[in-house]
Design a protein around this ligand. Structure first.
Ligand code: NAD
Length: 321
């Protein structure tokens, strides 16, 4: 029986497959979370920035009330947004997330991006978004807060038991080393964009060698970014790439399963997003079978160092607006 969870350096276990919740409309979020739990999902990947934590909380609450699961069986992740990096704002940000999710603790709290932005009070705008005025092409206003100060505030959340594990996201290798140089509580998880167009062998190896679990996001590559016009130039849709389709055909699986299995077989967790029950079940079924070594290599050969969720594009958009 393949293990369905990864043991974190915090001592807690994180499911290998979870449900992503980015861009899930508020009106659909409670039902999607409920359905996901009902069909076997135990990890929910949330964030204040997704603007739907209240509705996600309603879905969780309903599932608990209906005894589909117990709180202990769920693993809920959320993320500290960039406007709350100052140590004074880290605890209030988590408290707001916990109140929205109707939870008393979070299983994993990640620093969403290694970018500190000017504080925006909750009653002014929530979620605060990237730009200072909340407009898509508005200016970015950076805040002078070091990652070390933010990380030490995250450690205090772990000390208090409000976050059972803490971690990092969208951090390149050099910054991982920097964080490890001062971390009293080491990051348990590194969550990064990872798919065959963005192989990131060295970063994954570094994280694993240092005892950090890796969670892959946007496993279907461009798919998620087409919805929001963030795919530039000619990109063959990863789910329709001939190499992926051929490996799926040989394995008797779907292209989506091949892309998820590719990450899982590299020792990573995955958090695919789907509102469709058939796809939810398909995406869960990535344990207990193998992609052949030569096929893993063919997938690795698709690497184009192509990052779709690149903060540099937000900054560029703001500068040229
Ligand atoms: P994804 O790679 O999960 O792709 C989602 C898209 O794929 C949707 O359009 C969905 O309809 C489609 N899809 C899902 N299952 C499918 C299947 N079996 N067959 C065909 N199509 C299928 O994209 P994502 O939402 O960007 O990433 C997953 C999660 O990762 C997010 O929801 C979020 O929770 C997390 N995430 C984190 C960060 C971060 O900065 N830490 C950034 C992006 C995403």
């Amino acid at each position: 029986m393949p293990s369905s969870s990864i043991k974190l350096n915090s001592g807690h276990a994180m499911p290998i497959v979870g449900m992503g919740l980015w861009k899930v409309p508020r009106a659909a979020a409670a039902a999607q979370v409920y359905q996901a739990i009902k069909h076997g999902y135990r990890l929910l990947d949330c964030a204040s920035d997704y603007g739907n934590e209240k509705e996600v909380g309603q879905g969780i609450h309903q599932a608990l009330a209906d005894r589909l699961v117990t709180r202990d069986e769920l693993f809920v992740t959320s993320k500290l947004w960039c406007t709350y990096h100052h140590p004074d704002h880290v605890l209030p940000a988590l408290r707001r997330t916990l109140a929205d999710l109707q939870l008393t603790y979070i299983d994993l709290y990640l620093v969403h991006f290694p970018i500190a932005l000017q504080y925006v009070p909750f009653d002014e705008r929530y979620p605060a978004g990237w730009t200072a005025n909340g407009e898509p092409d508005g200016p970015l206003e950076y805040a002078c807060v070091s990652y070390q100060d933010t990380w030490q505030a995250m450690e205090r959340l772990a000390d208090q038991g409000l976050a059972r594990s803490i971690g990092i996201s969208n951090t390149p290798g050099a910054l991982v080393y920097d964080i490890l140089s001062y971390a009293r509580v080491r990051p348990a998880v590194l969550q990064i964009e990872l798919h065959p167009y963005l192989h990131r062998g060295q970063l994954v190896d570094l994280a694993h060698a240092e005892g950090l679990a890796v969670t892959a996001f946007s496993s279907f590559g461009d798919t998620s970014y087409r919805e929001i016009n963030m795919v530039q130039g000619e990109v063959v849709p990863l789910l329709k790439h001939g190499v992926v389709e051929e490996i799926a055909r040989k394995a008797g699986r779907t292209p989506a399963q091949v892309l998820l299995r590719w990450a899982v077989q590299r020792g990573c967790a995955v958090i695919p997003k789907s509102s469709n029950v058939g796809r939810m079940l398909e995406n869960l079924d990535v344990l207990g079978w193998q992609i052949a070594d030569e096929d893993m290599q063919s997938l690795a050969a698709l690497d184009r160092n192509l990052m779709f969720n690149d903060p540099a594009t937000y900054a560029k958009r703001a500068i040229w607006a």
